[in-house]
Design a protein around this ligand. Structure first.
Ligand code: ATP
Length: 270
């Protein structure tokens, strides 16, 4: 969600090791790494490599992280944009940004294009009725569809898009040859939370009065992003108290703070 408007073909060092849990999603997406690394293996019998896949799941569950890890594992550049950045744009700007992005990506193929919050531009067309329909959003979406169709088959560019609302997306996006695969990225269960804590505790100086198992039990309903947040807050609490190590109580305080934040968010939503 914090993706810059456009990240220009950066080399990434994120790998599957950085993505804890999500074993099913990782297994499914591994195929895409393979397509990027060894396209001939698949195309020699005349098959076409898929152009895109949709990562579907709640906020903060690691969709961006997973997309980056695909690029990292395959050793290819990572281009990204966020759908929400295109909504309030002047006429023509969104579409021309999409065109530029695809042009650059084609030049650096094989590569990944990641589109975060695709629902912001990819909502079903013509359903918001009357004068509120957002023409520029539609232009941007149409440009995206045109670009996806315009790729020669096996161009080496694979487009991953993320959303937490697959149900509201324009059917045209899901047509064969576009985002015809969906990969589910769900909230972590107890075991996965434990694994995510392990990743985020690794760089921290912690005392030995607790472990990732204990923390996972304290955090039902937390996303990976919430867990990363807890670890960081705990480190800041402990530092403020001039401790040499982060203690259990610092984590519990951080958990309380995040729970407070989540409750507030839910109240605003309901
Ligand atoms: P959004 O839908 O809000 O864009 P997202 O699903 O793309 O969220 P990320 O941006 O990938 O989520 O996750 C935010 C941060 O949370 C990551 O950079 C990482 O630090 C942490 N995180 C989330 N999921 C995991 C995970 N499975 N393993 C390790 N860290 C995770």
């Amino acid at each position: 969600s914090q993706a810059k408007v456009i990240e220009k073909g950066e080399k990434v060092d994120t790998t599957f090791k950085d993505v804890a849990g999500l074993s099913e999603a990782k297994q499914e997406i591994e195929e895409i790494v393979d397509f990027l690394k060894m396209p001939e293996k698949y195309t020699k019998l005349g098959g076409k490599i898929p152009r895109g896949a949709l990562l579907v799941g709640p906020p903060g569950t690691g969709k961006t992280l997973l997309a980056k890890a695909v690029a990292g594992e395959a050793g290819v550049p990572f281009f990204s944009m966020s759908g929400s950045d295109f909504v309030e744009m002047f006429v023509g700007v969104g579409a021309s940004r999409v065109r530029d992005l695809f042009k650059q990506a084609k030049e650096k193929s094989p590569c990944i294009i990641f589109i975060d919050e695709i629902d912001a531009i990819g909502r079903a067309r013509g359903k918001n009725g009357g004068f509120s329909s957002n023409d520029e959003r539609e232009n941007t979406l149409n440009q995206l569809l045109t670009e996806m169709d315009g790729f020669g088959t096996n161009s080496g560019v694979i487009i991953l898009a993320a959303t937490n609302r697959a149900d509201i997306l324009d059917r045209a996006l899901m047509r064969a040859g576009r985002f015809d695969r969906q990969i589910h990225v769900d909230l972590p269960d107890l075991n996965d939370r434990k694994a995510i804590f392990k990743v985020h505790l690794r760089p921290l100086k912690i005392s030995e009065d607790f472990d990732s198992d204990f923390l996972a039990k304290q955090t039902p309903g937390f996303s990976g992003a919430d867990i990363a947040n807890v670890c960081n807050e705990a480190a800041l609490y402990a530092a403020r108290k001039k401790k040499d190590f982060i203690e259990k109580q610092d984590f519990l305080d951080a958990v309380d703070r995040i729970v407070g934040g989540l409750e507030k968010k839910n109240k605003i939503l309901t």
